[in-house]
Design a protein. Structure first.
Length: 126
């Protein structure tokens, strides 16, 4: 994904970053996400009401989720889920997390992603 990509430590790296979810965090499930995760992977998008890039990100992630069996696109309103935003260190919208089948964060990026980068990032999760 492009934009202000970050690695698992929150460091900008200009692309999609690795994230081991190793900060002692439990995997994310339906209770935290507000929706059922995908069987193989989940594309979790943090958005806000007046975020223009969030609309394009929504379209891109939905297209990719429709293309790949067992992948879910879950959009979370950052303003209504501040506890989760703080817990995960979300600093801007859109922020996209790629979760594997067990709910662990394997990739994350801030900013609008390119479709090709999202597809490539899914390779780390499935």
């Amino acid at each position: 994904m492009t934009g202000d990509g970050v690695d698992g430590n929150g460091n900008g790296n200009g692309g999609i970053g690795n994230s081991s979810n190793g900060n002692g965090r439990a995997p994310l499930g339906a209770a935290q996400l507000g929706a059922e995760p995908g069987e193989r992977a989940s594309l979790v998008q943090f958005s806000s009401a007046f975020c223009q890039p969030c609309r394009a990100t929504r379209r891109i992630l939905a297209e990719v989720a429709d293309m790949v069996d067992g992948v879910a696109h879950i959009e979370i309103d950052a303003e209504r889920n501040l506890d989760l935003v703080r817990t995960l260190g979300i600093e801007k919208t859109p922020t996209v997390l790629v979760l594997d089948s067990s709910g662990r964060i394997v990739r994350r990026a801030a900013g609008m992603p390119r479709k090709a980068d999202v597809i490539a990032a899914l390779g780390a999760a499935v």
